[in-house]
Design a protein around this ligand. Structure first.
Ligand SMILES: [Zn+2]
Length: 249
């Protein structure tokens, strides 16, 4: 039985998701989180006041995307919401609770995502920040937590990831921050038999951060259920290309 690796939900308050009984955990992505409105800085080349919108779709936006891929959110014109073309997306790591040696899988995941997507994630350093919801500073917080702290990690959920979006009055949107939270006891454990590969999990979650939803094609890395695939499929790559085009056109 494939393991469920892709529910989405509101981070920190999504309901725990029942596992399917296998030892593998569940990757969960979250969209953005409603907090209110924020004033965007001029450097963001946005209008003065954008509304932080919640994207609370469990698998991405239904019907969006193309063959083998979907988007987390789209603008009023149908374009995917993603990061700016030249964004330097800094990942701040809170290492509390992280498995020993997490740095290598993280570096590999970042390199793979950057090469495949054309976007630029950078591991910027460590932090003690644990605010996984309130992310508007163009950084992505990566941390480890349990279900007591982050409710969405209950059950066999292995991780949560997503971006915060600002939505403009004209219907446009842009990712301005994000977070990835990994369960400290994800599923059957990290590197042991039956455990989820941390690098694969991080690639999956970072693609959610970029704006890809789940794929209905079980052969894609962005499939909601992982059957052991570890490489990006054609649908994943097509989705990333569409994000890149939207960001840079
Ligand atoms: Zn997912």
């Amino acid at each position: 039985m494939p393991s469920r690796v892709g529910d989405t939900g509101g981070m920190g308050r999504s309901e725990g998701r029942a596992g399917c009984g296998t030892v593998l955990g569940t990757l969960v992505v979250v969209g953005a989180v409603i907090v209110g409105t924020v004033a965007a800085s001029p450097q963001m080349d946005l209008v003065d006041l954008w509304t932080v919108t919640q994207v609370d779709r469990h698998d991405g936006e239904a019907g969006s995307g193309g063959e083998g891929y979907s988007f987390m959110a789209t603008t009023s014109s149908g374009a995917p919401v993603t990061w700016g073309c030249d964004a330097r997306i800094e990942i701040e790591v809170n290492p509390e609770g992280a498995p020993r040696g997490y740095e290598d899988p993280l570096a590999s995941a970042v390199a793979r995502v950057n090469e495949a997507s054309g976007f630029t994630f950078v591991v910027a350093g460590e932090t003690t920040d644990r605010d996984f919801d309130d992310r508007y500073r163009r950084t992505v917080l990566l941390g480890w937590a349990d279900e007591d702290e982050v409710e969405g990690l209950a059950g066999t959920v292995a991780g949560l990831g997503g971006a915060n979006y600002l939505q403009g009055p004209g219907g446009g949107g842009r990712a301005v921050g994000g977070s990835v939270v990994v369960d400290t006891d994800a599923g059957g454990g990290w590197f042991g038999l039956g455990g989820i590969d941390l690098e694969v999990l991080l690639v999956h979650e970072l693609l959610h951060v970029l704006g890809l939803g789940h794929s209905e094609d079980p052969g894609q890395l962005m499939a909601a259920e992982n059957s052991g695939q570890s490489e990006l499929g054609e649908g994943d790559l097509a989705g990333l290309a569409a994000l890149r085009e939207a960001a840079c056109s």
